[in-house]
Design a protein around this ligand. Structure first.
Ligand code: PHE
Length: 342
């Protein structure tokens, strides 16, 4: 290549470089130790003394020009590289977010949590106990001796004659009384219970309860009524009223069945309340003196009330669910309806 052409050719080549590697190769080709410029430098030896300085000055000028072009090209390519990186890392804030599939708090748990919140607010503690329970706590200490006919209502699954699957969470109340030894109590006992029932739309061999127990000085049926009215309002709406009807449970005396005014028709009469304006929701009563005595309490000094809430029944009434089995099928279509309820 002629010395006169070299700057032009090098410039074209430099401008064609797409990245820094290519540019570096071009730099080596022209300016490297064995590069073209160096080639011209070596030729100087063959020149005469007059020609040499002129030629040297020309080669240096061309060398400097190529160096300058490379420097400019390098700056441009470096900027291009940074821009490319920034572009690839750019976040498009206008893109829609990912949709995360969140689960649902099971409707039964939602009801339990709602009831727990209410009672914690009223100063109750939450007590839990074993599901595989002794006959002693499930029946005997609750005034249901071995031959008591009321045991028929709560037939269950026996592990052996003295160990069974608990039929209610009342044994937790017996255990709490034994542990507190005559001192005041304010607890609720949520949990699973079992009965020897054939499963159908309204029966299940396993279901859930929240039972409550309050023991103290001068606790009366009026306290029970006031407490249950709060429960009815919290779960079924602020306008609810309740009424108590006489009933029987071996562990309470007197015993009551509690009705809530129908939240569907407001007491006018509809299919849910079977035209009575009232819906039966739970059982309750004043703790039987025998139960108090058996569990270390003196009925002359301390009395109290107990109640048992069926969690499935509450939830079915609240949402108009007609078949209890819906709760246990894990059907996403059923469960997803309770998204965002709580
Ligand atoms: N333990 C009773 C049941 O399971 C409910 C209940 C509890 C009734 C406390 C009265 C007092 O049927």
């Amino acid at each position: 290549m002629e010395l006169e052409n070299i700057e032009l050719v090098a410039t074209e080549e430099i401008e064609k470089c797409d990245d820094l590697d290519q540019l570096n190769e071009t730099r080596v080709k022209y300016l490297g130790k064995k590069g073209l410029i160096q080639g011209f430098m070596s030729k100087m030896r063959d020149l005469s003394n007059e020609e040499r300085p002129k030629f040297g000055a020309l080669v240096n000028k061309i060398k400097a020009a190529i160096e300058e072009r490379i420097k400019i090209a390098q700056e441009k390519l470096e900027e291009k590289k940074i821009n490319k990186k920034l572009e690839s890392e750019a976040i498009d804030v206008t893109l829609p977010g990912y949709k995360f599939n969140t689960g649902v708090i099971h409707p039964l748990m939602q009801t339990i949590e709602e009831i727990e919140d209410l009672f914690i607010g009223m100063g109750y503690e939450i007590a839990e106990g074993p599901e595989v329970e002794e006959d002693l706590y499930n029946f005997e200490l609750l005034n249901l001796p071995k031959d008591h006919p009321a045991r028929d209502m709560q037939d269950t699954f026996y592990i052996n004659p003295n160990v069974l699957l608990r039929t209610h969470t009342s044994p937790v109340q017996a255990r709490t009384m034994q542990a507190k030894q005559g001192k005041p109590i304010k607890v609720i006992c949520p949990g699973k219970v079992y009965r020897r029932d054939d499963d159908d739309a309204t029966h299940s061999h396993q279901f859930m309860q929240v039972e409550g127990l309050v023991l103290g000085k001068d606790i009366s049926l009026a306290d029970l009524k006031g407490t249950l009215l709060e429960v009815a309002k919290k779960v079924f709406g602020n306008e609810r009223e309740i009424r108590l009807r006489p009933s029987f449970f071996p562990f309470t005396e007197p015993s009551v069945e509690v009705d809530v005014s129908c939240f569907k028709c407001n007491g006018k009469g509809c299919s849910i309340c079977k035209n009575s304006g009232w819906i039966e929701v739970l059982g309750a009563g004043m703790v039987n003196n025998n139960v108090l005595k058996m569990n270390g309490y003196n009925p002359d000094e301390i009395q109290g009330f107990a109640f048992g809430i069926g969690v499935e029944r509450f939830t079915m009434l609240k949402y108009g669910i007609e078949d209890i089995r819906n709760f246990y099928l894990n059907d996403q279509k059923f469960l997803n309806q309770f998204k965002g309820v709580k």
